[in-house]
Design a protein around this ligand. Structure first.
Ligand code: SDX
Length: 392
């Protein structure tokens, strides 16, 4: 429980990375943000409050929380010139590629000093607020719809749903249950120790590049189907199971077949060797959102049958493979009306405060050095240059 962890950049050279932000115990399925259990935050907090906790180390008092919410609202507009970027992306461009580019472009529009002082807190809030506007704008423009501007009287999550789904033809009917579900969804995704994308942010940030470029690297790392792209891959897996008429035993057999590249998406984890505590909470939101939307999603039944079969199968038990946060998250997002290609973007919006907190932790560490993984050389031994006419 010391929170001291070994950071293995994956090159076989294990450094050690000390962090005071998030504690995980993979054997016991424990997750705490700044010491507070994820279950209590999901039950009692909001995404904005949890973001403040991760970045600043403690829960805000009422005055600070109110000021933070007002500033997030003030920062929610994008520079009008940024809209031209969107108009030049192909309509089918994946929103994760757009988001990574747009976050990097923020540096050009907000070139002010970003030293570790008050300005930096403005930068953090500007990023957390604008990433939501960028995501909704990508969705609207991809559909050829008019961009919807944020409203100053809406909360962080309500504004996102408003910007995504409001339209001059059918105004969006704000739904507090969905706002609550979205708060919990983003709380569950807010940080997760030294995962692939957070490690990318820290590695890129260690070269002292600006925070926008470091976060853009994190968004790119998250995009992969083995990481943040898994929520989209779970839905595609469930849909193909139904379309191909595969039985649950057939799917389990495919997942176990070493000659079949198929993996049970949303299952397994590098750290959790038991049920991901976030997946348990996500499953509860699933039931709540689906019953709220009176939306029977047959994919949920398939997912639950698949989970039951896998959890009772010796292969999955021996390899400690359990549902992770992505297994049910896609079904929650579908019920909210979020399009599948935006699922990983939703993960990125949630993870942003965690990336910022981890980047800040490194920047505040005066002993912090550039990340420079080493390797185990497996190549040729020393040999001489061969002139081209003498080569075989
Ligand atoms: C996230 O790190 C984080 O914290 C990430 C994350 C976060 O919040 O940032 O939690 C978010 O990325 C969650 C993971 C989402 N990805 C998926 O759901 C994709 C499906 N899962 C797998 O690809 C896999 O489980 C990984 C990528 C998550 C982990 O891969 P590893 O490191 O290979 O898993 P492992 O070492 O525990 O695997 C042990 C064995 C292996 O077989 P053997 O080599 O021992 O024969 O289990 C097998 C694996 O092949 N295995 C699976 C499997 N996951 C692992 N077999 C079938 N289906 C699976 N899903």
């Amino acid at each position: 429980d010391t929170g001291l962890i070994t950071f293995d950049p994956g090159f076989g050279n294990t450094g050690s990375c000390k962090s005071a932000i998030t504690f995980m115990n993979g054997e016991k399925g424990i997750l705490r943000y700044r010491g507070i259990p994820i279950e209590q935050l999901a039950e009692n907090s909001t995404f904005v409050e949890t973001a403040y906790l991760l970045i600043n180390g403690n829960l805000p008092d009422r005055k600070t929380l109110t000021r933070t919410s007002v500033m997030l609202s003030d920062f929610s507009l994008l520079h009008e010139d940024m809209k031209f970027f969107y108009q030049n992306f192909p309509r089918k461009a994946h929103p994760m590629g757009i988001l990574s580019a747009m976050v990097n472009a923020l540096r050009s529009f907000y070139p002010e000093l970003i030293d570790l002082d008050e300005d930096l807190n403005f930068t953090f809030l500007r990023l957390i607020s604008k990433v939501r506007t960028m995501a909704a704008m990508a969705y609207k423009i991809s559909r050829g719809h008019k961009v919807v501007y944020p409203r100053p009287d809406y909360s962080y999550c309500a504004n996102f749903l408003h910007m995504m789904f409001d339209s001059p033809v059918i105004p969006y009917q704000m739904d507090d249950d969905l706002v609550d579900a979205l708060n919990v969804f983003w709380i569950l995704h807010a940080d997760h120790e030294q995962n692939c994308s957070t490690a990318a942010v820290r590695v890129v940030g260690s070269g002292k590049v600006n925070i926008y470029a470091a976060l853009s690297a994190g968004i790119s790392a998250l995009w992969g189907p083995l990481h943040g792209g898994a929520n989209q891959a779970v839905i595609q897996m469930l849909e193909s199971i139904q379309q191909e008429g595969l039985s649950i035993p057939q799917v389990i057999a495919k997942a176990k077949d070493k000659n079949d590249p198929f993996r049970l998406m949303g299952f397994g984890h590098r750290v959790y060797k038991t049920y991901d505590p976030r997946a348990k909470i996500m499953k509860k939101i699933c039931d709540k959102v689906l019953s709220r939307c009176k939306h029977l999603d047959s994919l949920l039944n398939t997912a639950m049958e698949l989970e039951a079969a896998a959890l009772s199968d010796a292969y999955f038990q021996e390899k400690n493979l359990y549902p992770n946060v992505d297994f049910y998250s896609g079904i929650v997002l579908r019920a909210m009306g979020i399009p599948t290609n935006m699922f990983t973007v939703m993960f990125a919006i949630g993870r942003l405060p965690g990336w910022i907190a981890q980047w800040r932790e490194d920047m505040l560490d005066s002993n912090q050095k550039i990340s420079r993984p080493r390797q185990i050389y497996m190549g040729e031994n020393i040999r001489d240059y061969t002139p081209i006419d003498e080569r075989p």
